[in-house]
Write a protein that binds this ligand. Structure first.
Ligand code: SF4
Ligand code: SF4
Length: 369
């Protein structure tokens, strides 16, 4: 959907709508949309920008951070180039420090994301951060974000989440009508595009009954978790699906995690509801992050996962430390095999990953006999 997105953003910009780049799911797109702007995801998934990023950043940094920054220094991501504002957040140390460099030449707002999800003071601080973002958007773009505009944006995003949940639900079938890669391809870098909604509705009408691949019913059903696979960085997913697996559920922030819950529209105030929805995202930056384990257990049951594969980008400490608990959950509570894959954007270890994936599937098949 990237060409569609580029066309959409270019047209919106020409019509005078601001473009706002976001780099994490904690940023509420609703606020940006209510300001009349177009929110575009800027997470980098290309290996080609990393060498240039490494002139300024340490090599031993997560490839997602380096790739995003590489696009910035190269000026090669048209969405970054057309962005009137970047909204970032303190989700991990690497990102936070990279944003300081990016912010030297680009307008940027950094939200401080508190990291204790069960602490009421932390929540209050987060809600205040969102109010500050709202004021900044209003000031910068000369608009008022009224309750009415915010409600409309929330309704649009709730509709989008509901449609994407229904598409994901198709993967619960014995013989899913999509591969995990096809489902991922349906996700757009820009939210709230009406013709995307139409495309989702058409897909929901036509896909049931289709067979993703001839052997869809006998493939190993994989629950994938871990770091986000930005557009262009889907290599591990492809390896899994070219070695006899089918990724029936993807928990990461490019998959189900951000669409499982909607923003409540009844009572409590819209800004409060917005803060609540985003603050409860179970990402590894949170401490403790028990909600991620609960989500994984629910997904494993709902999608009848036969194994868990966890992807960790090199130098992503928070996800890597959490692998201990995810393995424990998979093996001891869910009773399914677990595989941790640590890699970066270079394809040099693809063959080795393929061998490990095959061994995992062999274990699953033996267990099923
Ligand atoms: S994994 Fe978490 S911190 Fe990283 S981009 Fe996704 S939501 Fe943000
Ligand atoms: S994958 Fe990990 S290190 Fe990379 S940006 Fe996300 S949280 Fe930070």
């Amino acid at each position: 959907m990237i060409p569609n997105c580029l066309e959409y953003a270019t047209k919106a910009k020409a019509e005078g709508r601001p473009v706002v780049g976001i780099m994490c799911e904690y940023t509420p797109r609703e606020l940006i949309m209510a300001a009349g702007a177009v929110p575009v995801c800027l997470c980098g998934g290309s290996e080609k920008t990393i060498a240039d990023a490494e002139h300024d950043l340490p090599a031993n940094l997560c490839p997602l951070i380096k790739s995003t920054y590489g696009y910035h220094v190269q000026g090669s991501n048209p969405f970054i180039e057309m962005a009137d504002l970047l909204v970032a957040e303190t989700t991990c140390d690497g990102k936070k420090k990279m944003y300081e460099l990016m912010g030297q030449t680009r307008p940027m707002v950094v939200l401080e994301l508190p990291q204790k999800p069960n602490d009421p003071d932390a929540f209050t601080h987060w809600e205040r951060e969102l109010h500050k973002l709202k004021s900044e958007l209003e000031r910068r773009f000369g608009v008022e974000i009224t309750d009415c505009k915010l409600r409309a944006a929330v309704e649009t995003m709730n509709t989008e989440r509901a449609l994407r949940r229904s598409l994901a639900d198709l993967m619960k079938a014995d013989s899913p009508p999509l591969t995990g890669r096809e489902l991922l391809e349906l996700k757009s870098s820009i939210s709230g595009i009406r013709c995307d909604f139409k495309q989702y509705e058409r897909a929901l009408g036509t896909l049931p009954g289709r067979q993703a691949v001839p052997d869809a019913a006998t493939r190993v059903r994989v629950l994938m978790t871990g770091v986000p696979m930005a557009h262009g960085a889907e290599r591990v997913l492809d390896i899994i699906e070219s070695h006899g697996g089918l990724v029936v559920a993807m928990e990461s922030c490019v998959g189900l995690k951000p669409i499982l819950d909607d923003v409540r529209l009844n009572g409590g105030g819209l800004m409060h509801a917005l803060a609540e929805k985003y603050f409860t995202l179970p990402c590894s930056v949170m401490t403790t992050n028990d909600r991620r384990l609960d989500t994984l257990a629910t997904l494993a049951a709902g999608y009848r996962a036969q194994c868990v594969v966890e992807l960790v980008w090199q130098a992503c400490l928070t996800y890597d430390v959490e692998t201990y608990r995810i393995r424990q959950l998979a093996e001891e509570k869910l009773g399914v095999p677990y595989l941790r894959i640590e890699t970066d954007y270079s394809p040099s270890d693809s063959a080795r990953i393929g061998v490990r994936v095959e061994a995992l599937f062999e274990t699953v098949r033996k267990g099923a006999c």
